[in-house]
Structure formats: structure tokens, C-alpha cells
Design a protein around this ligand. Structure first.
Ligand code: ZN
Length: 189
């Protein structure tokens, strides 16, 4: 039997939230070790612990073939010259892909192949659909001045793995140079 409460969610374009879902919030203190400039991170944290992002997830079912989705809202700002970003993750089930669609604001996604660490920065903004293949670490950065809001859709069984990246972080850092985002190698050889 169809249950409309389970099958319909209403997106609020003003807040970036989905009705009847409780978003998960991540603040600056939750992203210890993610930003490249530890001094800039410490001095930002000394002033306050701002909200970096919120994700409202909808999990209607959890079986084989089911989908989960979420709306992320990532605040504008920088730590040093590195943009506010999400922690980033791999899927616990590595072959699971994900689809992102920009709803508001301006940002980029950093994709990194888990095996080769080949990396790509792709724009995430309204009218842009991004396909994240399986076995790919992904992280989102807000490069604009208003909240970046986006939809993500993924297999219900994908799961999230933050551990692998907490150890080594992404190979590239996305920073602002002359008003634009560029990728820099974290540990140039
Ligand atoms: Zn994902």
C-alpha cells in the first residue's frame, strides 16, 4: 500500500530543508583535521564554532534497489583561503554511485578515484547534474557568497565511510586564487 508520508517530501527553497526531516548539522569543530591550514583553523575556532552544513536525508526504504536522498546546505566562508566544505566520504559499499544536482548557490565537487587518486573538480550549481561514479571519494565546497544547496540521490545500501579519508584526507585542496577555486596538491612531491 502506498504511504504518502513516506513517498512525498517537500523541499523548501528558502531554507534548503525538506519538510518532516530532521537535518544533521556539522559545525567547524566537527571538521578537525579536514582543513589544510591548521593555524587558520585554530584561529577561526577561537572566535566561534559556526555551522558549516546541514543535510536533511530521506530514507523511505532500505532494501536492494531502494534509493535514499538528501538535500545539503553548505554555508559560504573560508578557513584561510580554503573554502567551507563537507567532510567528504567514500561509500561503504564501494561500487555505489551517486547523483548530485545543484539547487542554489555556487560550488564545486572534488572527486578522487580511490585506487589511483586521480582527481577532478566539477562545478555544482543550479542546472548542473553531477554523476559520482563508484569507488570515488567526494567532497563539496561552497565557492560563492550564499548557501550552496544541492540534492544527492544514492543507493539505500551505499552507506558512508568517513574513516579512510580521516586518515589520509583528499589528495587535493581547493583554495581561492584571484577569486576563483583551484586545486592544489596537499603534499607536493
Ligand atoms: Zn556519497
Amino acid at each position: 500500500m502506498f504511504d504518502p508520508d513516506r513517498l512525498l517530501s517537500i523541499y523548501n527553497p528558502d531554507t534548503g530543508e525538506l519538510a518532516a526531516t530532521k537535518p544533521v548539522e556539522r559545525h567547524l569543530a566537527d571538521l578537525r583535521g579536514c582543513f589544510a591550514d591548521p593555524a587558520a583553523y585554530a584561529s577561526a575556532l577561537a572566535v566561534g564554532n559556526p555551522l558549516l552544513y546541514r543535510v536533511a536525508s530521506v530514507e523511505p526504504a532500505a532494501g536492494e534497489g531502494d534509493l535514499h536522498y538528501g538535500v545539503g546546505c553548505l554555508m559560504p566562508g573560508k578557513i584561510g583561503d580554503e573554502y567551507f566544505m563537507t567532510r567528504g566520504h567514500l561509500h561503504a559499499q564501494r561500487p555505489a554511485a551517486e547523483f548530485y544536482f545543484g539547487l542554489n548557490g555556487e560550488g564545486v565537487m572534488l572527486l578522487e578515484d580511490e585506487t589511483t587518486s586521480e582527481s577532478l573538480m566539477v562545478p555544482l550549481r543550479p542546472r548542473h547534474a553531477v554523476y559520482v561514479p563508484g569507488h570515488t571519494a567526494h567532497r563539496t565546497m561552497n565557492t560563492g557568497t550564499v548557501p550552496l544547496i544541492y540534492l544527492g540521490v544514492y543507493p539505500a545500501r551505499a552507506g558512508h565511510d568517513y574513516g579512510a579519508l580521516a586518515q589520509r584526507n583528499f589528495r587535493y585542496v581547493v583554495v581561492e586564487r584571484a577569486g576563483r577555486p583551484i586545486m592544489l596538491e596537499r603534499h607536493p612531491s
